[in-house]
Write a protein that binds this ligand. Structure first.
Ligand SMILES: [Cu+2]
Length: 160
């Protein structure tokens, strides 16, 4: 009987664990209500010449919370990669970044010569005067995801 009793309470425990998990799941689903506030400024994209398969985008992003930038998608590109330009033994190299930390309140710059977004599998030629959409995927410490969208004009230089 004793064994039976503990088996029953084990089932009860399992049930309450499931119930607790369901509560946690609904909290996670409800989480986007407390979305991350982030601002993207000075976004721009380099024009491409006909046949050029790869483009580059630049921007400044500032988040009000500590978040991680895990991806930037674009309507103009099949795939994208965040890169950093580094100089090793006098040779410029590009290194892919899986994630970029955005500490609260700190402006993080993607600019020529440093971090940049590579636009691969371009769907069209990037022409001066057109715009490109960029979707920034931000993940907070609790795993909550926010997407911030920015419109990036196609320009030859950022000041133009
Ligand atoms: Cu690159």
């Amino acid at each position: 009987m004793r064994g039976e009793g503990s088996a029953v309470s084990a089932i009860d425990d399992a049930r309450s664990t499931v119930r607790l998990m369901l509560v946690l799941v609904s909290l996670t689903v409800a989480y986007p209500a407390a979305a991350t506030e982030a601002a993207v400024t000075s976004a721009w994209v380099r024009p491409t010449v006909p046949g050029q398969p790869v483009g580059a985008a630049y921007f400044t992003i500032t988040s009000e919370q500590n978040v991680t930038l895990t991806q930037v998608r674009s309507d103009a590109a099949g795939t994208t990669q965040m890169h950093n330009t580094t100089q090793i033994d006098g040779v410029m190299r590009m290194r892919q970044l899986d994630r970029v930390a955005l500490p609260a309140g700190k402006s993080i710059q993607f600019a020529p010569g440093g971090m940049h977004l590579m636009l691969h599998e371009l769907k069209k030629r990037l022409q001066l005067g057109d715009t490109v959409l960029l979707d920034f995927i931000l993940v907070d410490d609790a795993g909550g995801q926010t997407v911030v969208q920015a419109v990036a004009p196609i320009k030859a230089t950022p000041a133009q």
